[in-house]
Design a binder for this molecule. Structure first.
Ligand SMILES: CCC/C=C/C(=O)SCCNC(=O)CCNC(=O)[C@H](O)C(C)(C)COP(=O)([O-])OP(=O)([O-])OC[C@H]1O[C@@H](n2cnc3c(N)ncnc32)[C@H](O)[C@@H]1OP(=O)([O-])[O-]
Length: 719
């Protein structure tokens, strides 16, 4: 709702009240309409101030209302009634003014912001555009180039930047409502037409056509099939070229298309999923709201390879003192230099002082004795990690949290090496650790809820999107990825080329297809893992690598490529060829095509035509099937956890919501039917066999994704 009060004799104060972010629900909109009418009706009221309660102006339209039928007064006429009011209306902005919240402020005649406020039109991140006049008013106020930037990226700006851009009239460190009330009184009686943004025309910018073309090209490239950024450019173009009323009509048309699109549903699902993962629970029943994190003051990182360096930088940038340990002098010196460079570059980008003194370097593992949290990031080798954990157990102070950055080794086994296994958890960062947002926090059967709560709290403090997951081979992300990669290799055996597979995946929205991606990260990494698992082994009798391993179909194609020393970009050859080692632009490689031809001939395989649909179905559905198994096993608490992991750690296109949301959009019966079809064709590939939970969900009428947990609970309670 919105409260109305008369203050300082003649100021009508309208306060938006809808905790926690004063979102514009139907009740709030009704409250604003009623309050504005009252303010205009009462002769004692000479001017109006609009503010929000609890230190936040407004977080925008109530996103929860988008999934149902709309009721209550619409935003556009409401904002119009503010703009045409004959009494001056001032927005007193603090906390956040986002989306519809900023659009209300743009309808006001003046805007005063607290210095700590953030403002923006983030609708594009929800698959929408600022369709309450924002796409038409903002360019008129701050010019087309700046408005295009803000509207197509959804980026939030600080109050200082907003002032510089001309979005607000004043910034204050004092109580913003008090300042706005005084200001409103000072402008009573002044003409208002010049303050009504819709009456302006867009400030003239040179080369507008070229700017729109360039921006359109840029957003198409960046958005990879997302439609909202494209619509945002079109809406701003309408503001620049059409009178306000026609621009509003264009804004309405574009919004109508976006509003009902699957992409908007996917992006809004992501918004809530990202928040839902913070409410974690463990199979023991321990939960986020009943488990207390331990205090963490000092941290330590063991092993300063690529991952360790990135982790140390992340911790230091978040304000933690870090003891960085590497036992080889040369490596330590190299790491120190690299870390300092990363901190300096990061600080320059953010306009702050680099926190070089937060990190203490040491060759001696004993120096971590006082740390409250230690993250082990040594080479991915169980024997080595066992030794580190045994040492840590003897050295660290009681109660210290011992974490491993393993990307798939057994956390429980590592926990068995220490005195207090309940204090061991996985903190699986993604490379580069100081850039990638995702953190899988892995609890083992013996991890305490306090340990998990502590790792989740640290994850939040260092700015990571942290997802709590159970312990299993590959955890959630890599466990699913294995099936995706496996299908891609099988498709090569059956007739596809790396570029065909990649093209299908890139058209779907991935920034890089599976082969381009493995060329970038290095083929040797997976090869080493497969050798460790006993998969990549040549047959001693024929010298050939077998196509069946451990009782199921196995493709040795990637191993054979590695045997040629083709490790991807770093060697100048992998699935593609590169002009020079280290070059990033790969071309299709006739050597690979011939190799695949020979390989098929050697194994009696007949190439067939494979289309994009089959690539997507085989690669994505097998991975989704594994996602259902993960849910069945209780490794992830819900589909949101899996989807957030894929969006933030594996470049899954956000406008497709994540793999589990995608399955829900495609329809579970269809996913089941296609998996059955492919499993029949490839009975030696267990990952194509539809899992129980998927069958159960379909048998239960394929409930919407928000209700899957109910079916999961039923299955688990019967176990
Ligand atoms: C014609 C249409 C034109 C207009 C379109 C729009 O305006 S589109 C909208 C454009 N606006 C945006 O895109 C802004 C979206 N919001 C944000 O960016 C941030 O919430 C924040 C910066 C406002 C506050 O950050 P913070 O870290 O302090 O807090 P937090 O993020 O943890 O959220 C706390 C709780 O509030 C909930 N909730 C939040 N916003 C909304 C909402 N609009 N609605 C409903 N709920 C919302 C959130 O789910 C969470 O609930 P939970 O999990 O506790 O049940």
């Amino acid at each position: 709702m919105a409260a109305f009060a008369r203050v300082s004799g003649s100021v009508g104060l309208i306060t938006l009240q809808n905790p926690p972010v004063n979102a514009l629900s139907a009740a709030v909109r009704q409250g604003i309409v009623d309050s504005v009418q009252r303010a205009l009706r009462e002769p004692e009221v000479k001017c109006v101030v609009i503010c929000g309660q609890n230190g936040i102006f407004c977080g925008g339209a109530d996103i929860r209302e988008f999934s149902g039928p709309m009721s209550g007064p619409p935003l556009i006429p409401m904002i119009h009634s503010i703009e045409v009011a004959a009494k001056p209306v001032v927005a007193a902005i603090e906390g956040s003014a986002l989306g519809g919240g900023l659009e209300i402020a743009l309808g006001c005649h003046y805007r005063i912001a607290h210095s700590k406020t953030r403002l923006g039109l983030p609708e594009v991140t929800l698959g929408l555009l600022p369709a309450a006049g924002g796409s038409q008013r903002l360019p008129r106020l701050i010019g087309v180039p700046a408005a295009l930037d803000l509207i197509t990226t959804g980026r939030h700006v600080t109050a200082a930047e907003a002032l510089q851009l001309g979005m607000v009239d004043q910034v204050t460190d004092r109580n913003v409502t008090d300042v706005a009330v005084k200001f409103a009184l000072s402008v009573v009686g002044k003409p208002l037409d010049a303050r009504r943004i819709s009456m302006h025309s867009c400030p003239h910018s040179p080369d507008l056509d070229e700017l729109f073309e360039r921006t359109m090209q840029h957003v198409r490239q960046r958005a990879r099939g997302a439609i909202a950024p494209v619509a945002c450019v079109q809406a701003v173009r309408a503001a620049a070229t059409l009178p306000y009323a026609q621009g509003m009509e264009k804004e309405r048309e574009l919004m109508a298309t976006l509003f009902t699109s699957g992409q908007a549903r996917a992006l809004q699902y992501c918004f809530f999923a990202q928040r839902a993962i913070g409410r974690w629970s463990m199979p023991s029943g321990a939960r986020w709201d009943t488990s207390k994190p331990r205090p963490v003051h000092k941290t330590a990182v063991i092993g300063l390879g690529t991952m360790g360096r990135g982790i140390a930088v992340t911790l230091a940038q978040a304000g933690f003192p870090v003891i960085a340990v590497e036992n080889h002098e040369k490596q330590l010196m190299a790491a120190k230099q690299a870390i300092s460079g990363m901190l300096e570059r990061g600080a320059k980008r953010r306009g702050v002082t680099p926190v070089l003194n937060k990190i203490t370097y040491s060759r001696d593992i004993q120096s971590v004795a006082n740390a409250d949290l230690v993250i082990e990031a040594v080479f991915e080798d169980m024997a080595l990690k066992e030794k580190v954990f045994q040492q840590l157990s003897a050295i660290c102070k009681p109660g210290a949290l011992l974490c491993t950055n393993t990307s798939g080794l057994n956390i429980d086994h590592l926990a068995s090496q220490v005195r207090n296994p309940e204090l061991v958890v996985g903190m699986h960062f993604f490379a580069p650790a100081h850039v990638m947002k995702l953190l899988e926090v892995v609890y083992g059967p013996r991890s305490s809820s306090e340990a998990l709560a502590t790792a989740m709290a640290v994850g939040k403090k260092i700015g990571k999107v942290s997802v709590a997951v159970g312990n299993c081979q590959g955890f959630v992300g890599n466990r699913m990825l294995e099936h995706y990669v496996e299908q891609a290799l099988f498709l090569l055996e059956e007739g596809a080329t790396p570029e065909l597979v990649d093209q299908a995946l890139e058209e779907f929205g991935f920034a890089m297809g599976v082969f381009r991606m493995s060329d970038l990260s290095g083929l040797d990494i997976g090869w080493r893992v497969r050798k460790g698992k006993g998969l990549a082994v040549p047959d001693p009798t024929t010298g050939q690598t077998a196509r069946v391993q451990q009782g199921r179909r196995y493709s040795p194609v990637a191993d054979l490529i590695c045997e040629q020393g083709r490790f991807g970009q770093k060697t100048g050859q992998g699935w593609y060829q590169y002009n020079t080692p280290g070059s990033r632009v790969g071309k299709p490689d006739p050597w690979v095509h011939n190799f695949l031809k020979d390989y098929r001939a050697r194994h009696g395989l007949v190439a067939r035509r494979i289309d994009h649909q089959e690539v997507l179905e085989r690669c994505l559905y097998s991975m989704i099937n594994e996602g259902f198994r993960i849910l069945e096993d209780g490794i992830a608490a819900g589909p949101e956890d899996i989807d957030v992991i894929y969006v933030f750690g594996y470049s899954w296109p956000r406008h497709r919501g994540g793999p589990m949301f995608y399955a829900h959009m495609v329809g579970l019966p269809k996913v089941l039917e296609r998996l059955e079809h492919y499993h029949q064709a490839h009975p030696d590939v267990p990952s194509l066999q539809p899992c129980n939970l998927l069958r159960k969900l379909v048998a239960n009428g394929s409930p919407p994704i928000q209700k899957w947990k109910e079916v999961m609970k039923k299955i688990n309670s019967r176990l």
